[in-house]
Each structure stands twice: as structure tokens, then as C-alpha cells.
Design a protein around this ligand. Structure first.
Ligand SMILES: [Zn+2]
Length: 152
């Protein structure tokens, strides 16, 4: 797990992060939160997500969950491949939020990613989580985002 700069990303990673930021602008949130996600498979397929707020918070969809759900829907299609990397970027319209802060998955999304890792017997799942300005980027494996080794 490491914080890196934009310059440290490969050109492919820069493209993905740019696309995820574009996806974030499709978020539907009354307070203006914008979160975008791309799930990339080992065969180069991309599944996109953006935050979608419904009236009841419990029914709202995180960008990550939207991307994961789309992957699950298409998982049986030929040549889809297996999840390899999840790219996340976001900004929140909250007074305590700053665009220097890195947007990372919420607890529910972490659980779903762990379930996906198990469902597809993935050795590991890489994440790239960025601040909105794309100046601070967290590279991590899912296991590193869990505090207890039991969940790794
Ligand atoms: Zn979430």
C-alpha cells in the first residue's frame, strides 16, 4: 500500500483514472458528490460505475457496487475475464472533505470486493484510489485495506 503521484502511474493507469473521473460526472446525488469507478478485468474489459443516490440511503448505490454489479451481470459472457483492478476517484460536497483526500471504498463495498475475490478465487485484487485532483493516488491490494489478517 503506497501513496503515489500522477507521474508514477503507467499510461494505461492514467487513462483508467481519467475515465473513472469522467464516469464520476454521471453520479446522481443531490449534494453533488461525484464518485466514479472502473472494474478492469484481466482480459481488458471495463465495467463502469457512478454513485447513484435514492431517497433512502440504504437503497443508494456506490460507484464501486454499480461497477461490480455490472461485472456480475456479464461474468458468464465469453472473453470477459476475471477482475484484476478497481479504479476509484471521488469528491464529496461536505465541509470536512478536501480534494486532497483520497476516495477509498466504504465498508459495504469492501465486503462486496472481498466476496468477489472469493467468488472468483482471485489471488489478489488491486486497487487504485485517487483524490479528485489526481495528485495523491493510493495503490493497494484489497487485503491491505482490511485490518485483520483473517479477511485477507
Ligand atoms: Zn461503497
Amino acid at each position: 500500500m503506497k501513496i503515489v503521484a500522477w507521474e508514477d502511474l503507467s499510461s494505461r493507469e492514467k487513462e483508467l483514472l481519467t475515465e473513472a473521473k469522467r464516469a464520476a460526472t454521471r453520479s446522481k446525488h443531490k449534494r453533488g458528490h461525484k464518485i466514479g469507478c472502473i472494474l478492469l478485468t484481466d482480459r481488458g474489459k471495463k465495467f463502469y460505475g457512478a454513485a447513484n443516490e435514492w431517497t433512502r440511503p440504504v437503497g443508494s448505490t456506490c460507484a464501486e457496487r454499480m461497477a461490480l454489479d455490472q461485472y456480475y451481470f456479464h461474468r458468464l459472457d465469453s472473453k470477459v475475464g476475471r477482475p484484476q483492478l478497481i479504479v476509484i476517484i471521488g469528491t464529496f460536497n461536505r465541509h470536512e472533505w478536501s480534494n486532497d483526500l483520497v476516495c477509498t471504498p466504504c465498508g459495504v463495498c469492501l465486503e462486496m470486493m472481498l466476496k468477489m475475490k472469493r467468488d472468483f478465487a482471485l489471488k489478489r485484487l488491486a486497487l487504485i484510489c485517487s483524490n479528485w485532483s489526481q495528485t495523491r493516488i493510493l495503490r493497494a491490494y484489497l487485503a491491505e485495506l482490511y485490518p485483520h489478517p483473517r479477511f485477507r
